[in-house]
Design a protein around this ligand. Structure first.
Ligand SMILES: N[C@@H](CCC(=O)N[C@@H](CS)C(=O)NCC(=O)O)C(=O)O
Length: 339
């Protein structure tokens, strides 16, 4: 097999061996040398046999070999070569040999790494157990679409949960559940983080800085307590309880608005982890307003602007149901709750 056939990557293949010779320059080259070099540290002697180092690590002797990489040296290179002592030449070749061997080793490691990285991709089977109006399920849908991951969507009937859901999420028995190559991942933001880590080559959702990541998780926890609880009560209660819930909801949204500041997204210029968490609520804004008979935009204009921006993203448009359908669904379950 030719050496180049085994080239594992784009790194240059070093010659199999580097041979050194005395490379006595022709008379014209001597003239050239004297023109450019006025002082020599040592007189050039007739060359003794020189050491050579093969890239397989063989050290030997050569007195007549004239090739480096098969192409030989140019006249200028040959002249420069003559300026080194045999010992210096030996060291130079040794360094080149070690560097070339290292480069080859790194190339082989990179090739192995690539094939290991590719393995899970080829076998990927991604199933999402979900329920269409869920503000939690939609987070997983959006994250998968942000990453361009193909997945099978399976709608659950939450009144009659499938054996698969009960098997995959025996603790909470809730959607969403992401089943990746047969293994379940539960809890929506845990699913989003998992997606971000597995498909890390595209559209990072969490910041890379550990402090910023901690901040993102803090705000998502805030959303899932301080926004979730009043939001849930707005469509499922009435009277004083509902009034209190509306107040708490707006208070929580105002805190989020000040955290958002002038940024287009919570993730700064990029749609990220907190934005995905909030989009589940953005898609319910209209239903919440209609059930609670109140308006969010005058209270939180910049948050609303960011919400509209998020709702226009392709990954979101393809994941959220039409607002009227959510409104209709909200009033239906409101009746079931006898409100
Ligand atoms: N904290 C969970 C909440 C998930 C959740 O509440 N899912 C609801 C649908 S929106 C569910 O499966 N409910 C079924 C049940 O409570 O039995 C998450 O973030 O994934």
């Amino acid at each position: 097999m030719d050496e180049s056939d085994s080239d594992p990557g784009s790194y240059p293949i070093p010659p199999a061996s580097v041979h050194l010779s005395s490379l006595t320059p022709p008379p014209s080259a001597r003239l050239l040398l004297s023109r450019h070099v006025t002082r020599r540290t040592r007189p050039l002697q007739s060359s003794p046999p020189l050491a050579y180092l093969s890239l397989q690590g063989l050290l030997g002797e050569a007195s007549s070999a004239r090739s480096i990489g098969g192409g030989g040296l140019s006249r200028e290179e040959a002249l420069a070569w003559e300026l080194f002592t045999p010992y210096q030449r030996f060291l130079i070749v040794a360094v080149i040999g070690v560097a070339a061997a290292e480069s080859k080793k790194n190339g082989v490691i990179a090739q192995l790494q690539n094939s290991v990285d590719l393995r899970p991709r080829m076998a990927d089977e991604v199933i999402l157990l979900d329920f269409w109006p869920s503000p939690f399920g939609v987070r997983a849908r959006i994250a998968l679409r942000e990453k361009g991951v193909e997945f099978e969507y399976r709608e659950e009937n939450l009144r009659e949960k499938s054996p698969l859901l009960l098997q995959m999420n025996p603790v909470h028995k809730k959607i969403p559940v992401l089943i990746h190559n047969g293994k379940p991942v539960c809890e929506s933001m845990n699913v989003v983080q998992y997606i971000d880590e597995v498909w890390s080559d595209k559209n990072p959702l969490l910041p890379s800085d550990p402090y910023q990541r901690a901040q993102a998780r803090f705000w998502v926890d805030f959303i899932d307590t301080k926004v979730y609880e009043p939001a849930d009560k707005i469509w499922s209660t009435k009277g004083e309880v509902q009034e209190k819930a509306k107040k708490e909801y707006i208070e929580a949204l105002k805190i989020l608005e000040s955290e958002l500041g002038n940024k287009p997204y919570f993730g700064g210029d990029n749609f990220g982890f907190i934005d995905i968490a909030m989009t589940g609520y953005y898609m319910w804004f209209e239903a919440s307003e209609k059930c609670g008979n109140f308006s969010i935009e005058p209270e939180c204009p910049t948050l609303m602007a960011s919400a509209k921006r998020c709702l226009q993203r392709d990954s979101v448009v393809n994941s959220v149901p039409e607002p009227e359908k959510i409104v209709e669904f909200a009033f239906k379950i409101r009746k079931i709750y006898c409100v």
